[in-house]
Ligand binder design. Structure first.
Ligand code: AHR
Length: 501
């Protein structure tokens, strides 16, 4: 099968906010305890943080990390996580029916974030709590000193404020499962008051209001409309979440789901424009897609298991083992974000370690890269710069979510500073290779191309502790550059990154 692509220097979508490659760490399962934090581990540093995990997080180069939840945040008291560890209370976490020791709190996370080279994106609890706790947390985190909360922070060992810029106003407040779930009107009103109070302290905060937990929610997209009507002028971003599933084991349908993601983003982008006009607002709200990933491998079993377990501490939970098929899916999702980077400014893979994550650890043992580590790593490393509006000519197929799903899913990014043009391409055809001609126009002379390929004959192949490199990138073969024309072959069901200089 043949495909034609044209990339022209003048056809641009947007600059890409590097936070498109953000991540998320929630206090649940083994994300924190035996994930990033394990004081007895052989690689633990003086703060108990696993150095092997920090090294892998640095490989992903994720510029921002959302914390501490997730559903967990909606019944979380941030004050439980400050002060001497042996005096911190153990609490019940209502979201996941587990026990929380609070040995990791804001100080430990901030310390870890600095080591992992990532900025903090903090969420306040608008489920079981409200405005007062949010403003106290903000004062503790961002105020230099001379007040009750800022002096307490100093007393707890942190002299300088952390100056966190980006704050989430709760989590998934549209979800009936959420502790303190609210209607759109109730939440919109509360979020607006909290936003005003937080901005009352610091004008330049970047505030994220909750949108839908997914496009399948019965309140979607009216939720966004109502919530934004309340909050539009006082927030910067609206948060969207979506998880991808393949229970039917139908690869063609599964790989078509990013079309639904694209429509979801387009719809909310329209709602944003509508409310901007309706409210006669001047500011531009954008999207923070702050939870996304494949999540279905263990989901049903996990939900059964936690419904009656006895409040365990750091149990195995949501430890999906990703396969090669998920590499293709994650590649298509990231391509969608790049193509929508004019409106999606922040996106967070959910999550980062052990819980539906690219990085896995064994307690007291190794840390390794799941299959989906690689497409995320490549996009994060080379998907920065300007997103290009590519012209793509390729055959398509009909799926449940769209009539014309192109076999070639591709995005292009121009990094003018480094002088690179990078393409991320997925062949969604299971039997046929794609012979792709890429015309590269208006970028000056292009001399060299490198092609990185991820391909495995078994869509179900996984990386495990015993065999961590079963699915791994290698050099692709046969890419040619002739007079500004790039020619290459994408094997059936494969992920490719090609970089032109
Ligand atoms: O990431 C797992 C959970 O998914 C989060 O806690 C919640 O926000 C979402 O439903």
């Amino acid at each position: 099968m043949k495909a034609k692509v044209t990339a022209h220097a003048r056809f641009v979508i947007s600059d890409i906010d590097k936070r498109l490659y953000g991540s998320f760490l929630e206090h649940m399962g083994r994300a924190v305890y035996t994930g990033i934090y394990e004081p007895d581990h052989a690689t633990a540093d003086e703060s108990g943080m696993r150095r092997d995990v920090i090294d892998l997080v640095k490989e992903l180069d994720t510029p921002i990390c959302r914390y501490p939840g997730g559903n967990f945040v909606s019944a979380y008291n941030w004050e439980d996580g400050i002060g001497p560890k042996d005096q911190r209370p153990t609490r019940l976490d209502l979201a996941w029916r587990t026990s929380e020791s609070n040995h990791v709190g804001i100080h430990e996370f901030a310390d870890w974030a600095e080591k992992a080279n990532t900025e903090m994106m903090l969420a306040v609890n608008l489920g079981s709590r409200g405005l007062d706790e949010a403003r106290a947390f903000l004062e503790y985190v961002n105020h230099p000193g001379g007040t009750y909360w800022s002096d307490l922070r100093k007393q707890n060992g942190q002299a300088e404020p952390w100056n966190v810029k980006t704050w989430c106003l709760g989590n998934e407040m549209d979800g009936p499962w959420q502790v303190g779930h609210k209607t759109a009107d109730q939440y919109g009103h509360l979020a607006n008051e909290v936003a005003k109070a937080m901005r009352g302290y610091q004008k330049d905060l970047e505030l994220v209001v909750c949108g839908s937990s997914g496009p399948g929610m019965s309140t979607y997209p009216q939720w966004e409309s109502t919530v934004l009507e309340h909050t539009y002028e006082n927030v910067d971003l609206i948060s969207l979440h979506m998880y991808f599933e393949n229970y039917e084991k139908n690869t063609a349908e599964y790989l078509a789901l990013p079309e639904k993601l694209d429509r979801y983003i387009g719809t909310i982008s329209g709602v944003i424009d509508f409310i901007k006009s309706k409210n006669r607002a001047k500011n531009n709200v954008k999207i923070s897609f702050d939870e996304w990933n494949v999540w279905y491998h263990n989901r049903i079993d996990d939900m059964d298991k936690l419904s009656d377990w006895d409040w365990p501490f750091a149990p195995h939970l949501l430890e999906d083992v990703y396969n090669f098929e998920d590499v293709l899916q994650v590649g298509c999702i990231l391509n969608t974000f790049i193509r929508r980077s004019d409106v999606v400014r922040v996106a967070c893979i959910a999550q980062l370690v052990n819980v539906i994550a690219p990085i896995m650890t064994a307690p007291n043992g190794d840390a390794w890269r799941q299959t989906i580590f690689y497409p995320f790593q490549f996009a994060s490393a080379h998907g920065r710069g300007t997103a290009l509006r590519l012209d793509v000519d390729c055959a398509s197929y009909k799926a449940d979510v769209a009539d014309n799903v192109s076999y070639l899913d591709i995005s292009g990014v121009h990094d003018a500073d480094a002088g690179f043009l990078t393409f991320f391409a997925i062949n969604r055809h299971g039997q046929e290779a794609l012979d792709v001609d890429v015309a590269i126009e208006g970028f000056g002379a292009v001399k060299a191309v490198e092609h990185t390929l991820i391909k495995h004959d078994d869509l179900q192949a996984t990386n495990t502790q015993a065999a961590p490199d079963t699915v791994a990138p290698k050099s692709g073969e046969g890419a040619r550059l002739d007079d500004g024309k790039l020619t290459l072959t994408l094997p059936p069901y494969s992920y490719s990154m090609f970089r032109v200089q």
